[in-house]
Each structure stands twice: as structure tokens, then as C-alpha cells.
Write a protein that binds this ligand. Structure first.
Ligand code: CO8
Length: 258
């Protein structure tokens, strides 16, 4: 991989988009690597989850790479859009949680990459925006769909139509990020959250994510029936017997992820 770094420590993955000279802008090669990497990580059952961040202290990802897109025709634009969707869908589809550690600019495709994560934590210097209309295009890596689902249509359209950037506190206020922390504490904070997740029943963690993601695409009645099915699946697991037994025996559960 030329554009990404990946380290796995204590079953927690740290993936870094590593093109700091162009503020980690997503060119086609980076998106191809991102898709392949998350598909590979999805095979690692022992993984607790992944923290996704950008290299340097200025940007998470400043967008799709404008120099790569500049001379696209219609077909090249569609190919790039579809590649972006495949890559971001691979991030979203990791069975384990993905925490976006947003350490600076998250603009355009960078904001969309953050939206593909399950939880977003940002540093105080982070800035968010969907500035595509400044370039004569629309968000093309899921922003028109994931952003309104997260913050509502009014807030999402304000960001998309004005192209304005918002700061970390405003992003937190509208629900775009869960929390704002000091930049030098960002990764430790995300690791701490992931370690806490790692102490829970691994199967239950995966099923929570599955229930929320799939349920959001269904009407409420169907989604609740689906939840009941996934809830019942837990009773086929050793983790359910251990979790409930440990509670009644007043001891810490020892989950095995089965
Ligand atoms: N693409 C390519 N290069 C970039 C990008 C980008 N998105 N963002 C920054 N860079 C480069 C700059 O060109 C500059 O390079 P160089 O040093 O060679 O001149 C370097 O990174 C540093 O950037 P700046 O000098 O501009 O740094 P500043 O601190 O002055 O400004 C900003 C930082 C505000 C982040 C500014 O760089 C900026 O506005 N960047 C562009 C942000 C943007 O418009 N992003 C959206 C891009 S479009 C998009 O993401 C669409 C996604 C869907 C595509 C679907 C296709 C089908």
C-alpha cells in the first residue's frame, strides 16, 4: 500500500490515510487500497474494530483529489463515483465498529468518509463541510444520502447548498460528531473507547451494528422484527450463556466471541 498505513495492536486496527502533502485527498489509488484493506480486515474475526484517521495534524481528508478529477468526462466521473462508493461501503460494512478519528479538515469526500464510520470523534481543530458546489459538482461518495440520515435534511442541505465549513463544536451540536477532544488526546481517546468495546460480547457488538445499519434501511415494523431475529440469534451463543451466568455469579464475563 502506498497511500494507507495500517497497524494492528491488541486487536485494534489503526488505519491512516497517508497523503499529507495533499491533505490526504482521496485519489483513485487510495480508494482502491481502502476497499482492498477493509475487505481484508473484515476477514479478521479476532479484530475488535478499526480507528480511521488522517496523517499529520492538519487534515483528516480534504476531499476527493481535485487534480485527479479535473479532466474527467462523464464515464470517468461515474467510474470514480462508483469506486468511491465501493471503498466507503467497504468501510461501513466492516462487521466490527469503525471509529473515525477526525484530526482536521474533513471536507467533501473526507466528510463522506467520516460518515461511513460508525462513530465520529474529532479534535478541536477539525472542520467539516460539503464544498462540492464551489467546484460545480455535488457530493458523490454518499454525502447526499448518509449526511441527511445522520443530521436531518435541513442541516444536511444547509451544508451542501452553502458549501460552508463548520467547526468541531458546531459539528457536535448538529450530531455530525459524537465528541470533541484535544488533538493530542484524539487517538488515545478512540483507543480507550475501542478497548471498552473490546470487553463486551464480540458477537453482540457485531449484531448491534448489523441491527442498526440494516434496520435504518427498513420501515420500523420490519426493522423491529429483524431486531427480534438478531436478538434470538444471541441465544445460540456461548457469549450469552457466559454473560448472563457471570452477572448472576457476580463476576466479570469471559467472552469468547462465539
Ligand atoms: N484535492 C487535491 N489536492 C488538495 C485537496 C483536494 N481535495 N485539498 C487540498 N489539496 C492540496 C492543495 O492543492 C495543496 O497542494 P500544493 O501544496 O501542491 O499547492 C495542499 O493540499 C495544501 O492545501 P492548501 O495550500 O490549500 O492548504 P490551506 O491550509 O490553504 O487550505 C483547505 C486548506 C481549506 C482544506 C483547502 O486546501 C481546500 O479548500 N481544499 C479543497 C477542499 C474541497 O473542495 N474538497 C472537496 C473536493 S470535491 C469532493 O470531495 C467530491 C467527492 C465526491 C466525488 C465524486 C466523483 C464522482
Amino acid at each position: 500500500m502506498n497511500n494507507l498505513l495500517c497497524e494492528i495492536d491488541n486487536n485494534i486496527g489503526l488505519v491512516t490515510v497517508n497523503r499529507p502533502k495533499s491533505l490526504n485527498a482521496l485519489n483513485p489509488e487510495t480508494l482502491i487500497e481502502l476497499e482492498a484493506l477493509f475487505r481484508e480486515l473484515a476477514q479478521k474475526d479476532e479484530l475488535t474494530g478499526v480507528i480511521l484517521t488522517g496523517a499529520g495534524d492538519k487534515a483528516f481528508v480534504a476531499g476527493a483529489d481535485i487534480s485527479a478529477m479535473q479532466d474527467y468526462d462523464v464515464l470517468a466521473g461515474r467510474k470514480f463515483g462508483r469506486l468511491g462508493h465501493r471503498a466507503l461501503n467497504a468501510v461501513a460494512a466492516l462487521p466490527q465498529p469503525v471509529i473515525g478519528a477526525i484530526n482536521g479538515f474533513a471536507l467533501g469526500g473526507g466528510c463522506e468518509l467520516a460518515l461511513a464510520c460508525d462513530i465520529r470523534i474529532c479534535s478541536e481543530n477539525a472542520k467539516f463541510g460539503q464544498p462540492e458546489v464551489n467546484l460545480g459538482v455535488i457530493p458523490g461518495f454518499g454525502g447526499t444520502q448518509r449526511l441527511p440520515r445522520l443530521v436531518g435534511t435541513g442541516q444536511a442541505l444547509e451544508l451542501m447548498l452553502t458549501g460552508d465549513m463548520i467547526d468541531a463544536q458546531e459539528a457536535c451540536r448538529i450530531g455530525l460528531v459524537n465528541r470533541v477532544v484535544a488533538q493530542d488526546e484524539l487517538i488515545d481517546h478512540c483507543v480507550g473507547m475501542m478497548e471498552k468495546i473490546g470487553q463486551k460480547g464480540p458477537l453482540a457488538i457485531k449484531l448491534c451494528k448489523e441491527a442498526v445499519q440494516s434496520g435504518m434501511e427498513m420501515d420500523l415494523a420490519r426493522a423491529c422484527r429483524y431486531e427480534a431475529d438478531l436478538f434470538s440469534v444471541c441465544f445460540a451463543s456461548a457469549d450469552q450463556s457466559e454473560g448472563m451466568k457471570a452477572f448472576l455469579e457476580k463476576r466479570k464475563a469471559e467472552f469468547i466471541g462465539k
